[in-house]
Design a protein around this ligand. Structure first.
Ligand SMILES: Cc1cc2nc3c(=O)[nH]c(=O)nc-3n(C[C@H](O)[C@H](O)[C@H](O)COP(=O)(O)OP(=O)(O)OC[C@H]3O[C@@H](n4cnc5c(N)ncnc54)[C@H](O)[C@@H]3O)c2cc1C
Length: 422
């Protein structure tokens, strides 16, 4: 990572992640994200939401800015952003378009998990050599062709929660794998060039095992691959998260995104890999807060300049919003600074707390923002009602739904590894 700047004054705005010490690379990326978001993504956000259509124009801008290769290591032609840098930039994008930030996360994870995160996962020398050779192909596609990767894991079973093996299977055949199964909620469906799926290696017996999880990329042009289903949800409508089916889809060995068995180890080694869904929602919460302040001051463009700030109830509500937002940002900033392979128990519990606070807090903030601004603020030509709907989705996302975080936190606080009651 580059040397830190002495302070954040190089930025002429306060990023969604908060005011802190940034490296020169972080300053540069945050500035670009803020400019793209304000000038391009925010004005377009209502269109994707209304149509439930994918933000292709935003992806052209992300590609032109080099943001599709943000986490590809510099040695492979990428921008070389580390985990914390990605998390800061993603929050800034989420501030202007939730659907763009959330789908961009799916793409980025395909490069970050195989890149900087994989570097911290234990592998044998053979596995490491295999991985370094294979990931080159994927990095090249992103860097040279501007390819987009999706990340469809969910199947509507206990697998995405990490409680059962994936029902989608891959059987080893000559030169590659034969994939069968289905996925639901595949963000970027129809927009991605490659679908990075999790599936279980079919070893020909009746004992599927989560340790045999494979992480494979399926090219969108593969024979036997199809997309189906309606997409008309409450929020995050621009993610276009439809169903995928794989019927005897052949993918070559080169499409393996991680060596056999490594994804399972990675999920245990690097819990912060699941926290990457959170910055989108920190961005949404920041947007709801920003809007409320502007609205109460009578400064929203295109609206009558009616001030509502003089009422003590509004002032108190704004203070409450700020207190909750500051709490979320502090936990978020600490969690991204601490993220590493094999975190301590204390760090892991804090990571869960950060995730829960952001995912539940974003919707709390949007709810209070609407109540405080009042009826005119929830009209469709203003962003607040979309922020309210989009922010509802964070706590539903597996494997760390708000419910499952509470479940994990409670259990892992009260039980040490391997401890049981008689
Ligand atoms: C906008 C949006 C975009 C998405 N994009 C993607 C994507 O790109 N890729 C992807 O893989 N997924 C994606 N998802 C799916 C998401 O991660 C979840 O898989 C999905 O929301 C789960 O919905 P479900 O109704 O199938 O949940 P269910 O599995 O029916 O679970 C319902 C609730 O029960 C709880 N629960 C689930 N399993 C257990 C368990 N074993 N023990 C105790 N409690 C449990 C959880 O709190 C969960 O919220 C997306 C979801 C949304 C809303």
């Amino acid at each position: 990572m580059n040397a830190p700047m002495p302070n954040a004054s190089a930025l002429d705005f306060i990023p969604a992640v908060g005011d802190m010490v940034f490296t020169p690379l972080q300053c540069e990326l945050l500035t670009t994200a803020h400019r793209l978001g304000r000038e391009k993504f925010a004005p377009r956000a209502a269109q994707w939401d209304r149509e439930a259509s994918f933000p292709f124009a935003n992806y052209d801008d992300l590609r032109n800015a080099g943001f599709l290769k943000l986490c590809v290591p510099t040695a492979h032609g990428g921008l070389g952003a580390d985990y914390a840098t990605y998390m800061m930039v993603a929050a800034e994008i989420g501030r202007f378009c939730g659907a763009t930030a959330l789908t961009w996360n799916m793409h980025i994870c395909s490069t970050m998990w195989t890149g900087v995160l994989a570097d911290g996962i234990p592998m044998t020398d053979g596995q490491r050599t295999e991985h370094l050779a294979r990931r080159e192909l994927h990095f090249r596609r992103v860097v040279n062709d501007g390819a987009i990767y999706a990340q469809p894991f969910s199947e509507g079973s206990a697998a995405a929660a990490g409680r059962a093996p994936f029902g989608t299977t891959a059987k080893k055949v000559e030169g590659g794998w034969r994939v069968n199964g289905r996925k639901i909620f595949a963000s970027l469906s129809g927009a991605a060039d490659y679908y990075g799926i999790l599936c279980t290696e079919d070893k020909g017996d009746d004992h599927p095992d989560a340790r045999d999880t494979l992480y494979l990329s399926v090219p969108a042009t593969s024979a036997g691959f199809s997309i189906s289903g309606e997409w008309d949800p409450l929020g995050m409508r621009g993610t276009v998260s439809r169903n995928l089916a794989f019927k005897d889809v052949f993918v070559s060995d080169a499409e393996q995104l991680m060596p056999r068995g490594i994804y399972f180890k990675g999920a245990q080694t690097w819990p912060a890999m699941f926290f990457t869904l959170a910055p989108t929602y920190l961005g949404l919460a920041t947007a709801a807060y920003d809007f409320t302040v502007k609205y109460l001051r009578g400064e929203v463009e295109g609206e009558p300049p009616v001030k509502r700030r003089q009422y003590p109830t509004k002032q108190i509500a704004v203070a409450q919003l700020r207190i909750q937002l500051e709490g979320m940002k502090s936990l978020f900033a600490r969690a991204i600074a601490e993220a590493r392979p094999n975190p301590s128990k204390d760090e892991k519990l804090r990571l869960y707390a950060a995730h829960y606070s952001v995912m539940e807090g974003a919707n709390d903030i949007a709810r209070l923002a609407i109540r405080t601004c009042g009826g005119q603020s929830m009209m469709k030509h203003l962003p607040l009602e979309r922020l309210y709907r989009d922010s509802r989705c964070g706590a539903l996302m597996l494997p760390w739904t708000a419910e499952l975080i509470l479940d994990r936190m409670g259990r892992e606080t009260l039980y040490e590894a391997g401890e049981r009651d008689e």
